[in-house]
Design a protein around this ligand. Structure first.
Ligand code: PXP
Length: 259
């Protein structure tokens, strides 16, 4: 199971002070020596963390493949085409959201997504679509000619948090829902099998399958067991742990769980 480490949160810390420290670029060597397989960054429209200069330097300098997450906005796509990362992952983006809350709505925005894919492919950049684990959405993604899909693991992660982590890891947005334990267990199993069925469906169509969102040291093992998933992209939990252990150890520990 490959690991893409999302380093946006290093830039979040920097932007808290609007200075040059910590520099996300410094993470690249550590990612490599710790055994990460990919650097993942998100160039958001509001540039709240990774900015154009970061993205440019990371793509230029990284010896690991760079997976650049971005919206389908044509101005952003033009920037990504000029940067030429190894892969572009198209994600839905809302300005007011704290993080990417759901998968792309391919049915409503198909034209815009198809245009972004065409432009990226013309620049020899492989494309991934960040989508919910839904069979129809996967089939439509395949029809759009992308190489990868990334399955949104948010539902699984949220249920896991409600069941096992108490309030500690539970997103604020869902804290008010108190479901009985047996309901949560059923929901958790359902969310895992939905991911598994979706991954197998995609792989059987020849798509490469990644997954991510809300994965952490407690919940990652069950997702890592799904054979059709080749890669996980993980940010928040690794960077959070790195504050206490250092980045290298945080990545090594995650890699061990993936094995
Ligand atoms: N994959 C995608 C497409 C994302 O948008 C994000 C969040 O930026 C992640 C993975 C990583 O999510 P998390 O930070 O919750 O691990």
């Amino acid at each position: 199971m490959k690991l893409g480490v999302n380093i946006d949160h290093i830039a979040v810390l920097r932007e808290a002070r609007r200075i040059n420290d910590p520099d996300p670029l410094e993470a690249l060597g550590i990612l490599r020596s710790a055994g990460a397989d990919q650097v993942t960054i998100h160039l958001r429209e509001d540039r709240r963390h990774i900015n154009d200069e970061d993205a440019k330097r990371i793509v230029q300098i990284s010896r690991l493949p760079v997976n650049l997450e971005c919206s389908t906005d044509s101005r952003i796509i033009d920037i990504v085409c000029a940067l030429k990362p190894h892969r572009a992952t198209l994600v839905p983006e809302k300005r007011e959201e704290v993080t990417t809350e759901g998968g792309l709505d391919i049915f409503t925005y198909e034209e815009r997504i198809a245009a972004a894919i065409e432009n990226l492919h013309a620049h020899e950049i492989e494309v991934s679509l960040f989508i919910d684990p839904d069979l129809e959405t996967i089939s439509r993604s395949d029809a759009l000619g992308v190489e990868w899909i990334e399955l949104h693991t948010g539902r699984y992660a949220n249920i896991f948090a409600m069941l096992y982590s108490g309030l500690q890891n539970t997103p604020h947005s869902i804290k008010e829902f108190e479901l009985p334990r047996h309901t949560l267990v059923t929901e958790l199993n359902d969310s895992l099998s939905t991911l598994s069925v979706a991954a197998e469906h995609a792989a059987s169509m020849g798509l490469k399958v990644a997954a991510g969102h809300g994965l952490n040291y407690q919940n990652v093992k069950e997702v890592a067991k799904i054979e059709a998933i080749e890669e996980l992209n993980i940010g928040q939990s690794i960077i959070a742990r790195s504050i206490f252990t250092g980045l290298e150890k945080a990545i090594v520990q995650m890699k061990e769980l993936l094995r």
